[in-house]
Design a binder for this molecule. Sequence first.
Ligand code: ATP
Ligand code: MG
Length: 447
Amino acid sequence: MTSNLTAISQSGAVQLSAAEHKIDPADIDDGAMQVVETLHSAGYEVFLVGGCVRDLLLNHRPKDFDVASNATPEQIHELFRRSRIIGRRFRIVHVRHRREIIEVSTFRRALEQEDISTAHSRKDLSGKDSAQSSKGVMLRDNAYGSLNDDVYRRDFTVNALYYDPLSEILIDWVSGVQDLQAGILRIIGDAEQRYREDPGRILRAVRFSAKLDFTLDEDSAQAIYNTGDLIGELSPARLFDELTKMFLSGHAEKIWSLFEHYELSPLLFPSVGSDQKMVIAALQSTDLRVRQEKPVTPGFIYGVLLWSAYQRRTAQYSGEMRPGQARDTAAAEVIAEQQGNISIPRRFTQFIRDVWKLQTRLENRLPKNIEKSLADRRFRAAYDFMLMRCAASEQPQELADWWTRIQEVDKEAQDEMINALPSRTRSDKTEGRKKRRRRRRKKPGEA
Ligand code: ATP
Ligand code: MG
């Protein structure tokens, strides 16, 4: 039929016709279709692959379309005026079509068993190099190969289905269709080895099983216990990217329960203890907001994840510093410690500090600060944060209700609410002064 399919017919791969796989070509977006047609016309093999094929088969709307071809990045780049070669770990081509970006990758081969155990850095036959760290973690992966090779370097069987939208034939080398129908997420090849090559796959396993509501097959699941600590090998920037994708996927609560199940949360977030009520409340609320298409920010989630550590640390310093200083020091330290494994960009760490700072003001409800708090650009986020704390019974629900009400009423009623505040509300400045005085008095006695 097409040149794409000549090699495949000898390989033992299963081919499914349109009548069997039932993918509707109308569901494939124009940009991806054009990329396929252009590469095909230039004589290259080309397929849709990965999440889009998986999602088309599941009747989900693909988030984006990935294309795989035997053309090299340079050859692809030459064919598309609006394209550029990106990536270090994987060199791929981004082709722009109107406002969307289509990712086109070149067929690659997976590293073989002996490579994993012996090679440190090597040249392969095509002259491109692959490299691994001493722990077997893949650093670069630019060893080009054939379509048949490309299948085995992919992560899961359901992500390794190839669809040729021109012939409408689906090619399955790894029983991916069967797994897809059974709702099974299965690593291709030896699970432990594949996680060692790229510990990011551990997080992908968790993300896809939550997102697709698939069960991880037994080997793929078991191997996580043996390799989970390799997550620490991932760069803090990649870890932030992967985790953000997970937290904002709309399935964050499920993902967290899987982190717990696979004993990954202590590795990722060592400061989160066993009391996770607030974390879970925040993830539930994030999932709801994603479903309602409301804005969500990773800053909020990290703010919640680090909150208990921040409070413990603040308490620890409160004997030796003014409360404001104790809080600032605690915030700086707790955030810096988390940055050791997950690099949270500055705009989010600033957000976290702002929201934490506002918590004190929302708790104290000093009459002179109420208006200022309401007008603060972070008020909305800080208020939502307070709701989480109340949901986790860390603060009385009455406090959240008060802040809810004051936003709903007119100025006059606001003043009434403020005047009715119990007078015992004390400024933390006063508390601070008291503490310092007490300490100063001690000194002469010690000396
Ligand atoms: P999503 O719906 O999140 O886009 P996806 O499966 O398309 O899911 P991508 O990150 O877009 O995920 O990757 C596209 C494809 O590339 C995957 O389906 C998989 O075949 C392959 N892939 C991506 N990351 C890896 C990895 N770390 N190891 C092996 N294969 C990978
Ligand atoms: Mg994708």
